[in-house]
Design a binder for this molecule. Structure first.
Ligand code: PHE
Length: 459
C-alpha cells in the first residue's frame, strides 16, 4: 500500500470516489440529458439502471482494484489473465477521450466563476460568444488542465481528500438552498411536473441508451477509474457499503440538480431541450434575479464549487492513464502526469472548437438517420460515454463472473464485510454481475450502435 500511496481513511476513499463520481455529469450533463430525453421518463430509466447495473459494476471495479493493487491494465494481468489487458486499455482510451471534452466544460464552469465574480450576469445570453472565444476557452481549459495535473502529480491522497470532505457538502447545502428558491419562482410547478411526472410513452430506445450512458458516466464506471481508486483502498474497507454510499450520493446530487434546474428553466420561459448550454444559459439569469450583491456571492460561489466538483472528477480521469504509465512503464509520476496532461490538452482543442468557433468541428459528423450534424464534442460523448462505458461495464461484469470467477469476487468483498455471504446484497450483486449487467448492457449497447450510428431501429 505505502509504495503506491493510499487513502488515509475510510471517509477519505469515499470522499475521493464520490468526488470522482460527482461532477459535471451530475450538474451540467444530467439536467440537459433529462431535458432532451423528455423529462421524468428519462429520470426513471436512469434511476433504475444506476441502481440495478451501475452499483454492482462499481462494487466489482473496486474489488478488482483492491485485490490487484494495480491500474486497470495491470489488474487483469495480476489476476492471471494477461489476454484481458485490452479491456483495461479500452477503458483508458475511453477515459482519455472523456477528459478531452470534460476539461473544456470544466474550463467554462471556471470561466463562469470569474464572470459571476464581476457581476456579468448577461453572460448567459451570450453563451455562444463565450464558447466561441478561443482565447478564453483555451485559457480556461489550460488553467483547468494545469490544476488537475498539479494535484495528480502529488498523488491521490494529498490535498484532494481533505478538500473533498469540506467542499462537497458545501455544494450540497448550496444546492438545497437553490432548490428552495427555485420552488418559489413562477411556473416552478411546470418544471417539477416535467421532471417528476413520467409519460411512459416517452421511454424509447434512445432514451434507454442515453440514460444508461448518463448513469455510467455519472458514476465514473466502465473505464477503470474505480479499479484505479480501488487499488488505493485498505482491506478493512467494506466495499459494498462504500459503493452504496457513493452511488446514493451521486444519484442524489444529480437528482437535486434536476430539482433545481427545471423550475429555473421553466420560470425563465426557456426550453428544457437546450442541450449542453442549459445550465450556462439558465443559471446566470437566476443569479441576477437575486440582486447584484447576493447574485454575485451566490453565483460565484456556485460556479466555484462546480469547478471544484469537476476538478475531483478530472483528477480521477487523469489518474487512470497516469497510474497505467507509472506502473507499467516505470515512468516517474510527475513526468507521466505532465506528458499525459499535455497530450490530452492538445486533444481537447477540437472539442473547444466544436462549440461554434469552427464550422468543421461544430458540424463534425452526420449520422445516418439524424437530421442535423453532430459536433465533435457531442460525438466524443456518444463514442466514449454512451458506447465504451456500458460496453466496458458489461465486459468487466462478464470477466468477474466467468473468468476471474464469482467466488474470488466474493472473497474480496468479504474483506471488510465478513458476513457478506448470504446477505441480500450478495444475492443481488451475484444476480446483477452474473446475468443482468452483462446481458442488459450488451443489448443496450447494440441498440445504441445500431440506432445512433447506423440509423437502424430494431424497435
Ligand atoms: N463521473 C464524473 C462526473 O459525473 C465524470 C467521470 C466519468 C469521471 C468517468 C471519471 C470517469 O462528472
Amino acid at each position: 500500500m505505502a509504495a503506491r500511496g493510499g487513502f488515509n481513511s475510510r471517509i477519505g476513499f469515499i470522499a475521493a470516489a464520490a468526488g470522482s463520481a460527482v461532477g459535471l455529469g451530475n450538474i451540467w450533463k444530467f439536467p440537459f440529458e433529462v431535458g432532451q430525453g423528455g423529462g421524468a421518463a428519462f429520470v426513471l430509466v436512469y434511476l433504475l439502471l444506476a441502481f440495478a447495473l451501475g452499483f454492482p459494476v462499481m462494487v466489482t471495479e473496486i474489488a478488482i482494484g483492491r485485490r490487484t493493487q494495480k491500474n486497470p491494465v495491470g489488474a487483469y494481468e495480476a489476476l492471471g489473465f494477461k489476454n484481458w489487458r485490452w479491456l483495461g486499455l479500452m477503458g483508458i482510451i475511453a477515459g482519455v477521450l472523456i477528459l478531452s471534452f470534460y476539461n473544456v466544460v470544466a474550463g467554462w464552469a471556471f470561466g463562469y466563476f470569474l464572470e459571476m465574480l464581476r457581476g456579468h450576469f448577461d453572460v448567459g445570453q451570450h453563451f455562444g460568444e463565450f464558447t466561441q472565444d478561443m482565447l478564453r476557452s483555451g485559457g480556461y481549459g489550460l488553467a483547468f488542465m494545469f490544476m488537475t495535473a498539479l494535484i495528480v502529480s502529488r498523488g491521490v491522497s494529498g490535498g484532494i481528500e481533505r478538500a473533498s470532505k469540506i467542499l462537497m457538502p458545501a455544494l450540497v447545502i448550496m444546492m438545497l438552498g437553490l432548490v428552495a428558491y427555485a420552488f418559489t419562482l413562477p411556473h416552478a410547478m411546470e418544471g417539477i411536473k416535467f421532471y417528476l411526472l413520467p409519460d411512459f410513452s416517452k421511454i424509447t430506445v434512445p432514451v434507454i441508451y442515453r440514460a444508461l450512458g448518463q448513469a455510467f458516466f455519472s458514476l465514473s464506471l466502465g473505464m477503470g477509474a474505480l479499479i484505479t481508486y480501488g487499488s488505493y483502498v485498505s482491506k478493512q474497507e467494506n466495499i459494498v457499503t462504500s459503493a452504496a454510499i457513493i452511488t446514493l450520493a451521486d444519484v442524489g446530487i444529480a437528482f437535486l440538480a434536476g430539482l433545481m434546474m427545471f423550475p429555473f428553466v421553466f420560470s425563465q420561459g426557456l426550453e428544457p431541450t437546450g442541450g449542453p448550454g442549459l445550465i450556462f444559459v439558465t443559471l446566470p439569469g437566476i443569479f441576477a434575479s437575486l440582486g447584484t450583491g447576493l447574485g454575485i456571492i451566490i453565483g460565484s460561489v456556485f460556479f466555484l464549487l462546480l469547478s471544484f466538483a469537476a476538478l475531483t472528477s478530472t483528477v480521477s480521469l487523469l489518474e487512470v492513464p497516469v497510474s497505467y504509465v507509472v506502473d507499467e512503464f516505470k515512468l516517474k509520476r510527475p513526468l507521466a502526469v505532465w506528458l499525459i496532461a499535455g497530450l490530452i490538452f492538445l486533444m481537447s482543442i477540437p472539442a473547444m472548437l466544436a462549440n461554434g468557433a469552427s464550422e468543421f468541428w461544430s458540424q463534425f459528423i452526420t449520422y445516418p438517420g439524424a437530421q442535423s450534424a453532430t459536433d465533435y464534442m457531442t460525438f466524443i460523448g456518444h463514442i466514449a460515454n454512451d458506447s465504451l462505458l456500458p460496453l466496458g461495464g458489461a465486459l468487466i461484469a462478464l470477466f468477474a463472473a466467468y473468468i476471474w470467477k464469482k467466488h474470488n469476487l466474493n472473497q474480496e468483498l468479504e474483506e471488510g464485510f465478513p458476513n457478506f455471504k448470504g446477505t441480500w446484497a450478495e444475492k443481488f450483486i451475484d444476480l446483477s454481475v452474473s446475468y443482468l449487467a452483462p446481458v442488459v448492457l450488451i443489448i443496450i449497447f447494440i441498440l445504441n450502435v445500431l440506432d445512433r450510428f447506423f440509423g437502424i431501429q430494431v424497435f
